[in-house]
Design a protein around this ligand. Structure first.
Ligand SMILES: [Ca+2]
Ligand SMILES: [Ca+2]
Ligand SMILES: [Ca+2]
Length: 205
């Protein structure tokens, strides 16, 4: 009679221990499950915060005005000295600056600071001073065959350092005031005298 009681106690203890052990696993599983959920939630929140932060940074950067280049000096595709726009890519011909047409994206080629007192406010590399210092032209107009200064100083070797006639031009003494030392070959053999020695009609081909 008395022997069965301890056996029952032993069985209860074993059962209880097993139950406790099972509860502990469930609790552990429950805890682990909760931890994984928490980690997942925190991870999603962090990713969302990073996306929002990146969007804010991008919007701020896009809203910033383009930084003015330290120097506007550039070379055009035709190898003329030009005017660099704020985008640091567009290189305008000098004659596109202060010509009352917006050619740069932000209109910096028509800025009042440049165009209010011509040509003094223009960078020196954009202009050419004619033989008569009262006159000036844009630097891309020198050595182009055309008498832009009026005294041909922009086409001369001494003042403008012009080496020869532009390509597709014929060297002679023109009879027309608009040319200096050459005429366009389109005026050759056109039945009209364009060179003082008639070479445009008898020599030029
Ligand atoms: Ca312009
Ligand atoms: Ca010229
Ligand atoms: Ca001719």
């Amino acid at each position: 009679m008395n022997r069965t009681y301890p056996q029952r106690r032993s069985m209860d203890a074993t059962s209880l221990g097993s139950t406790v052990s099972m509860l502990s696993r469930e609790e552990k599983d429950a805890c682990c499950g909760c931890s994984r959920k928490c980690v997942c939630v925190i991870g999603v929140i962090l990713i969302l915060m990073m996306i929002i932060a990146a969007a804010i940074v991008c919007s701020v950067l896009l809203a910033l005005p383009a930084r003015t280049p330290e120097s506007r000096y550039c070379l055009t595709s035709a190898n003329y000295t030009g005017f660099l726009c704020d985008d640091r890519k567009t290189c305008l011909l000098p004659s596109q600056v202060c010509n009352s047409a917006v050619d740069c994206g932000n209109g910096e080629d028509e800025a009042t600071s440049l165009c209010s007192n011509l040509p003094e406010n223009l960078p020196g590399y954009l202009i050419f001073r004619c033989g008569n210092p009262q006159f000036w032209i844009y630097s891309n107009l020198k050595c182009n065959g055309i008498n832009n200064c009026g005294d041909c100083s922009d086409e001369s070797a001494s003042l403008a350092s012009c080496s020869s006639c532009p390509s597709n031009w014929w060297a002679c003494t023109p009879v027309l005031y608009q040319y200096c030392y050459c005429i366009p070959t389109s005026l050759c053999r056109n039945g009209v005298q364009d060179c003082a020695n008639w070479s445009d009609e008898y020599v030029c081909k």
